[in-house]
Design a protein around this ligand. Sequence first.
Ligand SMILES: O=P(O)(O)OC[C@H]1O[C@H](O)[C@H](O)[C@@H](O)[C@@H]1O
Length: 436
Amino acid sequence: MAYTQNVDACLGIAGSGALEPVLDEVRAALTQLALAHEQGTLPLLHVPARRDDLGLLSDIADWMLPGATDIVILGTGGSSLGAQALAQLAGYCLPVTIPPQGRPRLHFLDNLDPWTQADVLYRLPLDSTRWLVVSKSGGTAETMAQMLTVLARLEEAGFGGAARRVMVALTETRDSPLSRLAAAHGLPHVPHDPGVGGRYAVLTSVGALPAILMGLDPVAMREGAAGVLQPILDGADVLDVAPAVGAGVLALLERERGVRSHVLMGYGDRLQRFALWHRQLWAESLGKNGKGAGLEAATGPVDQHSQLQLWLDGPAERSFTLLVPEMKGQGPVFPAGEAPDPDLAWLSGNTVGDLVAAEAQATADSLNAAGRPVRTMRIETLNERALGALFMHFMLETIIAAHLLGVDPYDQPAVEDGKRRARAALDRSAGETAAS
Ligand SMILES: O=P(O)(O)OC[C@H]1O[C@H](O)[C@H](O)[C@@H](O)[C@@H]1O
């Protein structure tokens, strides 16, 4: 297993006997998932075994990479966060990012900001920058706004007609603004799997193409995911299905212990975007009909210095999942022998990884001592296989949590209202400008 999960401390607080009735409900969710796999009604469950799409993705990467100094990925939410999590594994999106040897710089434009957009358009070398536009619907306002400004800038800079040599569209094969623009400009098209929702799409081309561009192995990612799914397909006992146990325990804490928010805290820099990816997955899948607990993304050890006081001493309404990669012995060593300062003698001979590992353990112990429920997930080696396994773990855990909550994990009806209002506001101001 690419990771281990320990929920003993949560059960110590919630009472292990209380889990059994929840597990009965979880079993029903597992039966539904196994059936959905058998009947092919949930394409997400078939992605781990897919290989047929990878040839096209490699061809596209081979086409994009030669001569590229910069790759910009346009897309938001489910069209970006999974790839960002993968990027941190490859050494990108970190506090100090030095692109791996021979690889281009990588930029994710998942937020829309007028100044960032201007910087991107006017400060990146247009002749050696490649653009990957990702949108399942092909109509998301922010992504389309970014794409339009890139196309206009290429035109302005005299690269008119060049979009087809520097830009790729990843979207569903159906009529949409993005697919129409792609056709008009002759852009290569990578299909977005129509049966897989955006926030569940990281294992598909949405994560796999960026992974290949970054030099990661998408097969290992899918193999890791398959390993988490397999016990469900095999009809294993619920206690041997890690996401099932996870969902059951979180639901138990919500029901019996008044937990209203779950903190996902990854240790080290490389799980920060992963936690953001999961935050969207959880929030959009479960926040419905007045139901759904929150999901807070945190990074250790840095957030110990900003959040731990509240977590330990504030309202007892949170659960904690610590994601801890094995890092003992990793990184630079503090010199052994006599310490340069007596107050720092305790560090001598240890590595940076030893310190971070000790801090993770100490935080778990402090939270436990304060009666706060902690689940610890340990990752043996943080690589594509482990990340694929964790992606699948949290997608399944979320789907099972939705079953326990009685909500549909695959839609996000409330989000549409804000989009409609933003569009109406701009339409109105266009009307007013025209009238004045
Ligand atoms: O991939 P897209 O269709 O552009 O959607 C990007 C994002 O936009 C929306 O607002 C949805 O709420 C998200 O679930 C989605 O991931």
